[in-house]
Write a protein that binds this ligand. Structure first.
Ligand SMILES: Nc1nc2c(c(=O)[nH]1)N[C@@H](CNc1ccc(C(=O)N[C@@H](CCC(=O)N[C@@H](CCC(=O)N[C@@H](CCC(=O)O)C(=O)O)C(=O)O)C(=O)O)cc1)CN2
Ligand SMILES: [Zn+2]
Length: 756
């Protein structure tokens, strides 16, 4: 018999129950106990939804982040967090979110750094290490969830992050080598495994996705050391890799002394047979056959065609699962009653993916006949999508075929352009600006919800958004900012907003996916060729410009970011979809220019996270993504100033590719790392204008004027002052006006001091 299991289930809740409970708790509207009840209810429901599996994951449920949970389990919260008063839960959220000096004068705490989980749009809290780090096991959370699951009759398989990946994910602050901590870390893991076995766990899933990255000899050695030391038959270890191919680590993974390994067969189809042949005969092989990163129904017949021979070879040693945790897909497609029925029939969210798994297992166990009906229905859906006339748009294909290199080039190089732009714009030295969004207040979101439900008329919605834009413009004028923005009140999200207006996209009502903590996104679904039926942003920008004499930046999301934050097609390469998006954005850029908008920002916040996990694949990716950006951005006159924005600090290694985008101005995140990012410029001088972020918008803390001046002076050591802009790290949509106003006051005042 084939064994079915799941690596992880989305925890935010189909109606985002966890999000609302968390936000109520943080605001003091809910007690710790009420929050705990919501969490337990969600776990119970999720286990019920996984009841048909042979093993359900346990312990991957998290109130904020699974990596932070692992830090707690290992007793590795930063001292600045752990040393303060309050409950354990308070310390946990302090580590996650920080604490402002305003709301708790005694206990101001910097939040842990957040960074992207591999190549996904999920953010984790980076473990902090130093040479003195000590680990101390704290298994309570995991044991409680295990007991809870077992009491509900769940076949529980605890999930933990493996020791090597745990170190790999973290950062040392003192220049020490985090791998040196491995020997100190392993006893905590050994103890944890013992305790889990005693608590009744036969199997433990130990996640080591670092195995799909390029590992040098030290990291490879660490894998050997770790698993030889943890070697145990009680509990049995299922070592899980996902998000990519094992390549050079394949043999290493196969030879580690564990009871089984999980391979992401969706990203590594070519490795399935090699592993099936290589793997010692006492080990199980779990194949991730259902895509955990997208929302398409799987072609079950096609999977069975290659899976049956593998099953013949492995017999009972074969396990089946989704490719990775289902954290990255929405919960359930059934409530999506507003979706076009044809398209809805092409989709599978978490619950449907587990149904697919069940069908596959039954087909292997009892023969395809036993599942004739669901297989036929699946086949019909796959065919309907393949043949649908809505997917292909010949005009779009023709336009893409006609793209030329010139379309990606500006008329003249940056030095000439910037002089012309300066004549027109007459900006002061150290010009100040913001990244686009202003606070998305509950009133704005409420209005949008009522508009969507038909409770608010279109003209009233328009009026309310315009009054919000007017407020943003007034406030920016009062603050004395130099380049204004309209504030993006009309956007639910910087990607979804464009998806909703482009042909070739579908969008959901409840398709929420956790981005970090309580924050979610609803990635639009790219199913067909992309076409822009009409201008998407021009009227809003025009309205904003009509209210002020200062320049207002047009605000767009770039093709790479729209692509990376959408659920994408699996019937054509991402590169092709990206070019289609680039053409749509190019038309929008040109429409803005025609409407008299002199400055246009094209955000590429997701360019870096989409980088392949292995450096050897980077060049190919950077080629097509940068090319797409250039097609989108560069069809303008020299006098039009193109900005781009990126919000991550690790771009030292791709700085040349970023320079090749040839934006006149780039604004980037830097403040959390104290301008560490500018190290990129030691060996390579960034050639155009740059605005290194001086206000960490992810924290409620308000920066002081002196701190901003200090950061700008650091920047000026690396970049000629004439090319520097002063701006926050990112958009202000998650902040409150009470935080934003004083922060921007400090920023503008700092710029005035710098000019003097
Ligand atoms: N796609 C994407 N990925 C990204 C980012 C991004 O901006 N977009 N930024 C980084 C991550 N940062 C993020 C920052 C903020 C939020 C965020 O605030 N999300 C909102 C949802 C935003 C949204 O789409 N809101 C909709 C829906 C509003 C809503 O929930 N309405 C309620 C009722 C209204 C209410 O009372 O709030 C309902 O429908 O039930 C809108 O404004 O229209 C949230 O979780 O709260 C998400 C990610 C990286 N990845
Ligand atoms: Zn940003």
């Amino acid at each position: 018999m084939v064994t079915t299991h799941n690596l992880g289930f989305p925890r935010i809740g189909g109606q985002r129950e966890l999000k609302f409970a968390l936000e109520d708790y943080w605001a003091g509207r809910q007690t710790e106990q009420e929050l705990a009840i919501t969490a337990a209810d969600l776990r119970r429901r999720h286990w019920q939804q996984q009841a048909k599996l042979d093993f359900a994951p346990v312990g991957e449920f998290s109130l904020y982040d699974q990596v932070l949970d692992m830090s707690v389990t290992l007793g590795n919260l930063p001292a600045r967090v752990a040393d303060k008063e309050g409950s354990e839960l308070d310390a946990y959220f302090r580590a996650a979110r920080g604490r402002g000096a305003n709301d708790s004068p005694c206990c101001a705490t910097a939040a842990g750094e957040m960074t992207k989980w591999f190549d996904t749009n999920y953010h984790y809290i980076v473990p902090e290490f130093s040479a003195d780090t000590r680990f101390e096991l704290n298994p309570e959370r995991l044991l409680n969830q295990l007991a809870e699951a077992r009491a509900q009759g769940v076949q529980a398989k605890p999930v933990i992050i493996g020791p090597v990946t745990y170190l790999w994910l973290g950062k040392t602050s003192d220049g020490s080598n985090r791998l040196d901590l491995l020997e100190r870390l392993l006893p905590a893991y050994a103890q944890l495994l013992d305790i889990l076995a005693d608590a009744g766990a036969d199997w433990v899933q130990i996640d080591e996705p670092a195995l799909v990255t390029e590992l040098d000899a030290n990291w490879r050695y660490a894998f050997n050391l770790a698993y030889h030391q943890l070697k145990s038959n009680r509990p049995k270890l299922l070592l899980a890799s996902y998000f990519g191919e094992l390549r050079g680590n394949l043999q290493l993974a196969c030879e580690l002394p564990v009871a089984g390994i999980h391979l992401d067969a969706v990203s590594a189809p070519d490795e399935v047979n090699r592993i099936a042949d290589w793997l010692p005969s006492h080990k199980v092989l779990s194949l991730g056959v259902i895509n955990g990163r997208n929302i398409w129904k799987s072609d079950l017949t096609k999977i069975l065609d290659w899976l049956e021979p593998v099953h013949d070879k492995l017999g009972d040693r074969l396990w089946l699962a989704p490719s990775c945790s289902l954290l990255h897909v929405p919960v359930d497609v059934t409530p999506e009653t507003e979706l076009d029925v044809e398209i809805r029939n092409w989709l599978a969210f978490a619950v449907q993916k587990l149904d697919e798994l069940q069908v596959l297992a039954q087909a292997l166990n009892e023969g395809r006949k036993a599942v004739q009906q669901p297989l036929a229905a699946n086949q019909q859906a796959i065919e309907s999508r393949r043949r649908s006339a809505r997917v292909i748009n010949p005009a779009v294909r023709a336009a893409v075929a006609e793209i030329t290199t010139e379309m990606g080039n500006r008329q003249n190089p940056y030095p000439q352009r910037i002089a012309l732009q300066q004549q027109k714009l007459r900006l002061p030295a150290f010009p100040t600006t913001t990244i686009g969004s202003f606070p998305q207040t509950p009133e704005i979101r409420q209005a949008r919800l009522r508009f969507r439900k038909g409770e608010l008329a279109a003209k009233d919605y328009l009026a309310q958004m315009q009054s919000e834009i007017a407020r943003c413009i007034r406030e920016q004028e009062r603050l004395g900012l130099d380049v204004l923005v309209h504030g993006e009140p009309e956007r639910n999200d910087m990607v979804e907003y464009f998806g909703e207006q482009l042909d070739g996209y579908a969008f959901t009502r409840f398709g929420w996916v956790q981005s970090y903590g309580s924050r979610c996104v609803k990635p639009p679904i790219l199913f067909g060729d992309i076409h822009r039926p009409k201008a998407m942003t021009v009227a809003w920008t025009r309205y904003a410009q009509s209210l002020t004499d200062k320049p207002v930046k047009g605000m767009l999301t770039g093709p790479v970011t729209i692509l990376n934050w959408s659920f994408v097609r699996d019937d054509q390469p991402r590169k092709d979809s990206c070019l289609q998006l680039a053409l749509a954005i190019r038309e929008e850029v040109q429409d803005l220019e025609k409407a008299g908008v002199d400055i246009i920002q094209i955000d590429e916040a997701a360019l870096r996270e989409g980088l392949p996990l292995r450096q050897s694949d980077w060049d190919t990716y950077l080629d097509w993504t940068i090319n797409s950006f250039r097609i989108a951005a560069n069809g303008v006159q020299d006098t039009t100033q193109i900005h781009t924005h990126m919000c991550y600090s690790e771009f030292n290694d791709i700085i040349k590719a970023i320079a090749h985008m040839d934006a006149d101005v780039i604004t980037i995140e830097t403040s959390r790392s104290d301008m560490e990012l500018l190290d990129a410029f030691k060996n390579f001088e960034y050639p155009n204008d740059i605005g290194p972020g001086v206000y960490d918008i992810h924290s409620p803390n308000v920066p002081g004027q002196q701190q901003i001046i200090k950061l700008m002076k650091l920047a000026a050591e690396r970049i000629p002052a004439a090319r520097l802009w002063v701006n926050p790290d990112c958009g202000l949509k998650t902040r409150k006006w009470e935080e934003v106003t004083p922060a921007l006051e400090a920023m503008v005042a700092a710029a005035q001091v710098l000019r003097a």
